[in-house]
Design a binder for this molecule. Structure first.
Ligand code: UDP
Length: 331
């Protein structure tokens, strides 16, 4: 396959570039490097099946030759980043998704959107199944990401229903592993880098809020399965008329949660990092960011059923690998 990956120099995008090259596919990585880094794809530069293009995917997208798939992974994805780049976040979720879908449509290629558990906002239902519509504050600082991704999902489903594009949507839950930036701002990288630097672990709020952490290799496996899964019924087969969308059994064209259902409080994560790096490292409590979700845990029944996927890497093992990565990187 010839695959375009937007955001291919980011944390998840670069893992996907690596995986698809390993599966003998040809990859064009497009990234404007505002949060991505060339370091993440340096090892692929010069590979005969890898091309890097520095470009903002909010602008008209053209890629020469045939394409089999477009994977839209470009977006700031850490709360710290989308607070720093609120308008770029809204634009890449809205305009960038539109351009990436337009490219997929023009090339008759499959399209996969990187969506997020943030579409569930501060959920009132837990664990979160895909048919939960969420509890999002559109005007909170983190609303820029949540609403951009909700719009991106709506746009993707519209291209599926109205243009017949073969689309897929992955709702990605908290993920960690090598290729995160040391100053990414997300909790696992923050705690590991702080612990390795002998600094206190910054727990926001009282640390009772929960998250469920998936090791990046598991996530990439789930996403690859979703990308390669055979198409389900076409939009014509699924709808009587375009404006009366019939609810039918979920297919690969409906959003799919990919994440690890093992749920921990933030304080428990801090304790795990202490146990793995040094029990004497202190914890420092800091204010809780606005609208920080109180709980988050994926219901992965759909991924199990449609993709025969579930995570394999336990937290201790994943944290161990991530600590090794940061240890080397910080030397
Ligand atoms: N968090 C924390 N300390 C940090 C960074 C994050 O306590 O140094 C908390 C944050 O408030 C949230 C959770 O950890 O409750 C996960 O934050 P992250 O930024 O990793 O992702 P989110 O799930 O909020 O998008």
């Amino acid at each position: 396959m010839r695959v375009v990956i937007t955001g291919g120099a980011g944390f998840l995008g670069s893992h996907l570039c690596q995986r698809l090259i390993g599966l003998e596919h040809e990859v064009t990585c497009i990234d404007n490097l505002i949060t991505g880094s060339m370091d993440n794809v340096a090892h692929l530069m010069g590979h005969e099946r890898f091309t890097f293009v520095k470009y903002n995917v909010c602008d008209y997208l053209h890629v020469a030759g045939p394409l089999d798939a477009v994977m839209h992974f470009a977006s700031p994805a850490s709360p710290q980043d989308y607070l720093e780049f609120p308008i770029a976040t809204l634009k890449v979720g809205a305009l960038g998704t539109h351009k990436a879908l337009g490219l997929a449509k023009a090339k008759n290629a499959r399209f996969l959107l990187a969506s997020t558990s943030e579409v569930y906002g501060d959920p009132l239902v837990s664990p979160q199944p895909e048919d939960y519509w969420g509890n999002v504050n559109p005007i909170s600082p983190r609303g820029v990401y949540d609403e951009a991704k909700r719009f991106a999902e709506a746009m993707t489903m519209a291209y599926h229903r109205y243009h017949g594009v073969d689309t897929r949507i992955v709702r990605i839950f908290n993920t960690y592993g090598p290729a995160m930036r040391p100053k990414d701002g997300r909790v696992v990288s923050n705690f590991i880098v702080q612990a390795l630097s002998g600094e206190p672990l910054t727990v926001y709020g009282d640390g009772s809020q929960t998250r469920s952490f998936c090791y990046v290799d598991d996530l990439v496996e789930g996403i690859t399965r979703l990308l390669l899964a055979p198409s389900g019924k076409t939009h014509e087969e699924r709808t009587d008329r375009a404006f009366i969308y019939q609810r039918s059994a979920p297919s690969v064209h409906d959003p799919t949660n990919i994440g690890n259902p093992q749920e921990l409080s933030v304080l428990e994560i801090a304790r795990k990092v202490q146990a793995l790096i040094g029990t004497e490292i202190p914890i420092e409590f800091k204010p809780l960011p606005a609208d920080d979700p109180k709980v988050r845990r994926p219901d992965i029944t759909r991924a199990r059923t449609l993709l025969d996927w579930e995570p394999k890497v336990g937290l201790e093992e994943g944290l161990g690998r991530t600590i090794e990565y940061f240890r080397k990187r910080l030397l």
